[in-house]
Design a protein around this ligand. Structure first.
Ligand SMILES: [Zn+2]
Length: 333
């Protein structure tokens, strides 16, 4: 038995040395380790030996078997070929994750691009604002019922988190004589419950154009251009009368529902229309409060929620999805 083991060891050594690829190694494996292989044949032969000898030779054969298995695995690695759990060099590589702008940022950028292409420049202002800029200069005196339209977060008696971006318009007109042609994007705050259509923090974009002879017709023209740019040339729009303390006359722009094309669906409440923004001619009292003569100058203003535009553009039914940082949602844009 000892001699047979030695012979087998030498034979295995030789076979391993002459195997030059994975197929040849597999032949070696079957020849020695297979069910009818040399090693199993030796195990069968042990029946003729005593129990002590069987134990001794059994250990030796097992050691030889383990050694052979290790050698085969090592040789497979040398060939650089997969043996199941190794690297597969033919698999396509992993594509690295590349991020992109948040859907609100994308809409924000589109809006700013539109207005700057018509000569508007971007103006920003503080998010903590004086009552004067947020309300009084905009023709909303203290104790005026119009303040109910804005549920505001007050910090002190005359200091609050701005409830719209209009204070930026006041700040710019205070410093700059007409022509004033600005677009004011930014974050706003209102005391609203956080639900599918409200958020206490949201984003607005307002545009203001004040100069000699600025007319309502110019406002209507830019609204028309805006709808075409943002929602496509086939989108219908409707300009309805409305009320805001800081514009006179005031209007509200609605567009034909982007989901049902005006036939009526749950998103548009079966009306076929979606309200998009408020607008109007700057109220003479607002111009007076920044010492611009309403007899010499006129202007238009318009404002919209950036979330609102994104909701309509991308057909989203819950405003909260914009803030949840859920990659399954964000990766769709
Ligand atoms: Zn609809």
């Amino acid at each position: 038995m000892e001699e047979k083991l030695e012979q087998l060891k030498r034979a295995i050594q030789e076979s391993l040395e002459t195997a030059h690829n994975q197929d040849e190694l597999e032949t070696v494996r079957i020849q020695y380790l297979g069910r009818k292989g040399e090693i199993n044949r030796l195990f069968k032969e042990m029946a003729q030996y005593s129990e002590q000898e069987r134990k001794m030779y059994g250990q030796k054969i097992n050691a030889l078997k383990t050694e052979l298995m290790t050698s085969i695995t090592d040789r497979v690695k040398q060939f650089g070929v997969t043996s199941g759990d190794e690297y597969d060099l033919l698999l396509p590589g992993k594509i690295p994750f590349v991020g992109h702008a948040h859907p609100l940022t994308q809409v924000f950028n589109e809006l700013v691009t539109f207005f700057t292409s018509f000569g508007f420049s971007v103006a920003t202002g503080p998010e903590i604002e004086y009552d004067w800029y947020n309300f009084e200069a905009l023709n909303i005196p203290r104790d005026h019922p119009a303040r109910d339209m804005f549920s505001s977060f007050y910090i002190q008696d005359d200091l609050l988190l701005r409830s719209h971006t209009s204070p930026v318009q006041v700040r710019v007109m205070e410093k700059q004589k007409p022509p004033v042609k600005i677009v004011c994007p930014g974050r706003c705050y209102r005391y609203d419950a956080f639900d599918a259509s409200h958020s206490p923090v949201f984003h607005q974009l307002e545009a203001l154009y004040v100069d000699k002879n600025v007319s309502f017709g110019e406002l209507k023209w830019i609204l028309c251009e805006f709808v075409k740019f943002m929602f496509g040339p086939k989108t219908k729009y409707e300009l309805r009368p409305s009320f805001f303390p800081f514009t006179e006359p005031s209007g509200e722009l609605a567009i034909s529902c982007t989901i049902c094309n005006g036939d009526g669906c749950s998103v548009c409440g079966n009306t076929g229309w979606l309200e998009l923004m408020g607008c109007g001619m700057v109220h003479p009292e607002v111009l007076k409060s920044v010492k611009i003569s309403p007899k010499q100058y006129t202007g238009y203003a318009l404002g919209m929620g950036i979330e609102r535009v994104a909701i309509i553009k991308y057909v989203i039914d819950d405003i909260r999805t914009f803030y949840n940082n859920d990659m399954r949602f964000l990766e769709q844009f």
